[in-house]
Design a protein. Structure first.
Length: 346
């Protein structure tokens, strides 16, 4: 995620060889300059209050930019990635570690918050910087494990017989090369009580080329039951290239799920959410969670009022079959699980 916080270079973490994969090339050519992005979209930098001094810098793949509508300052994809001055305004109740992950960081690279599963921070690198990211302030350089450090994480899992699922996260775990993932999956496979592997990634959406034959083989050859949780907030993100990339995963029997963040001015509309669910299901992805915004510093302008959240949930239930309505939840620090929207205190 936060480029300045990552101790290792991108090339090292991707494990690039002399001939890089196309997706690695796409990562190297992401747009990092707000003026360049606005110029590509035919927008005036003076018309938008861009924050050019953000430590959590702009980062967006060109394939994702190609799905944005030109000359549209309120485009839902643009609003997810463009740093605005509103981010620098401090808001009460918003902080740098909204989910208290520092306390759940038991050993380098491992977060253990919920019973039966642990999360591994595979890398701090992301293909895209989403402005609402709850880990935008995460100290990756201090808390990310090197390969030599991973033995502590695997020993931690091995000692806890209740852990049956390992979640690969980051950053974006698919931002590292297939050979690094293969090594990591092999280590997890060797832990007898672990039966499920979950991967949380936005890369198949923003850079569909990431779904390589090698990655497909890696995910299908393991004894572990694999699920891939995507992160899509708007149907406009899902073009034919994304559908084509996901098709072999679906045919291989890998469970494809999606989680969305409810964002003011982007998807806080029943038509938009219904369209997203329909489009996801059409390409073989099941709507899984709709998260209320985590209270991370810099993202307060994305928050949707609780009353509106309930109204949206009720409208979706009345409009869609149950399997197309994602579970509306909020994650709360120290809670034993995600909290359903009906239980969220007003």
């Amino acid at each position: 995620m936060k480029g300045a916080m990552i101790a290792r270079s991108l090339a090292k973490w991707q494990g690039e060889d002399a001939q890089a994969e196309p997706w690695q090339g796409a990562l190297r050519t992401v747009i990092r300059d707000g003026d360049e992005l606005l110029k590509l979209l035919g927008l005036s930098p003076q018309a938008l209050a861009i924050d050019r001094r953000q430590a959590f810098s702009l980062r967006v793949p060109r394939a994702f930019v190609a799905r944005m509508r030109p000359a549209t300052p309120d485009d839902p994809l643009l609003r997810q990635v463009l740093p605005l001055l509103a981010e620098s305004t401090s808001q009460p109740g918003f902080g740098c570690d909204p989910l208290a992950e520092a306390e759940a960081n038991k050993v380098p690279g491992l977060i253990h918050k919920f019973h039966g599963r642990v999360l591994l921070i595979v890398t701090g690198h992301c293909g895209i910087h989403c402005r609402y990211c709850f880990r935008r302030h995460f100290p990756y350089a201090a808390r990310q494990a090197s390969r030599a450090d991973w033995s502590q994480a695997f020993d931690y899992i091995r000692r806890d017989a209740s852990i049956s699922e390992v979640i690969l996260s980051g950053g974006d775990p698919l931002a590292v090369a297939d050979r690094h993932l293969q090594w990591m999956v092999g280590q997890i496979e060797a832990i007898p009580q672990v039966s499920r592997l979950r991967i949380h990634s936005r890369l198949p959406v923003v850079i569909p080329q990431r779904i390589t034959p090698a990655l497909l083989s890696l995910l299908t050859d393991t004894r572990l039951q694999v699920s891939l949780v995507l992160h899509v907030n708007h149907a406009q993100e899902l073009d034919d290239s994304v559908a084509a990339a996901l098709k072999p995963l679906r045919h291989a029997g890998i469970a494809l799920l999606n989680q969305t963040v409810l964002l003011a001015g982007i998807n806080d509309d029943v038509e938009v959410l219904a369209d997203l669910s329909e489009r996801l299901f059409a390409i073989g992805v099941l709507p899984y969670y709709l998260h209320l915004l985590d209270h991370v510093q810099g993202a307060a302008h994305f928050e949707v009022a609780e009353q509106s959240v309930r109204a949206l949930h009720e409208a979706l239930l009345a409009r869609l079959p149950g399997y197309l309505v994602p579970r509306f939840v909020r994650e709360v620090a120290y809670a034993a699980s995600k909290i359903p929207v009906g239980s969220v205190a007003p």
